[in-house]
Design a protein around this ligand. Sequence first.
Ligand code: HEC
Ligand code: HEC
Length: 304
Amino acid sequence: MTLFFGLTVFAKEPISPIPLNAPYDKQKALLGYRLFMDPILSSTNSVACASCHDIFSGGGADRNKVSFGVYNKKGNIQSPTVLNARYNFKQFWNGRAQDLYQQANGPIHNPVELNMTNKDVEKELSASQLYRSLFLQIYKTNTIQFSQVIDAIVEFEKALTTPNSRFDRYLRGEKSLSQDEIDGYTLFKQVGCITCHNGINLGGNSMQKIGLFEEYKNQKNYPDLYSITHDPDYKNVFKVPTLRNISQTAPYLHDGSAKTLKDSVIAMSRYQLGSTLSNQEIEKIVKFLKTLDGETPKILKEKI
Ligand code: HEC
Ligand code: HEC
């Protein structure tokens, strides 16, 4: 930490603030917002992206251990947040989608999520006067194409960033934190959480195994990296989840087994660090994690 023109500058911190003005196309994003909220994208007209990604009060994730799709079919893994997903190096717990475009195809076609073909989506949307006029206005087309639907949804997801958390403002030298919160951050670095949870998203930038010091026993087969590669070394390897807005996205872990933030920190110290942190240390880390709650994305204040 050095003093520079009267501002505290944290040049070498392993965590970077969320950029203040992440670029996106507003018109497309507003169309994407409408699509994200609209059950028209499901075969039963009953499920929307927002059903499993609560962007208003659920931190962009699902309060259920696993989500429910069409016909109330149960999903097979906990729903991660869509907030700040643009900063993840890959998408899905096992990183099987290279980017948000590839990702958005997943839930639309998934038989237990939205269960639609490209043609179904084009047909349903083309039957709506409102969508026809919106796509004409934005994409200058009389025939709605599936790729445009994906494009608009992704543009909306790009707008889902949550800058200006108290921690980011602390990093920028604009705000102070309590002593407990600072101690929590110091511990987070000292005990090694930072080796996996770093960068803009405090995660989202590497694949790691859960259960480094003690085997993590799953009740069932979750779609981990092994499910794609079939290499036994990749059992229980998942994308490190972001810790942004983490206070809002319970339950935690890929199986939703950690009910509270405190439970997940205890699990991390046990499985990832092989250490037992004192109750006081855990409480301080939790206090630090709560400083990562950011602002509501501006786009959610727009009328659609
Ligand atoms: C039925 C529930 C459900 C619906 C509907 C749904 N999702 Fe998801 N979403 C999930 C689950 C569960 C995962 C994690 C799946 C996995 O990793 O294997 C996920 C993963 C994601 C991710 C990846 C986040 C990350 O960090 O890896 C994004 C982005 C996303 N969904 C966006 C969307 C969009 C856009 C839609 C609508 C087109 C949508 N979801 C519809 C449940 C749902
Ligand atoms: C070796 C890498 C590694 C280390 C070290 C590590 N984590 Fe994690 N963390 C992960 C992975 C991988 C997951 C996802 C595991 C899963 O869901 O099974 C995760 C999940 C979490 C979650 C739950 C996130 C969610 O959305 O479900 C929290 C909270 C968390 N870690 C905090 C911490 C804290 C605090 C520490 C230090 C005490 C720490 N982690 C140390 C890799 C790591």
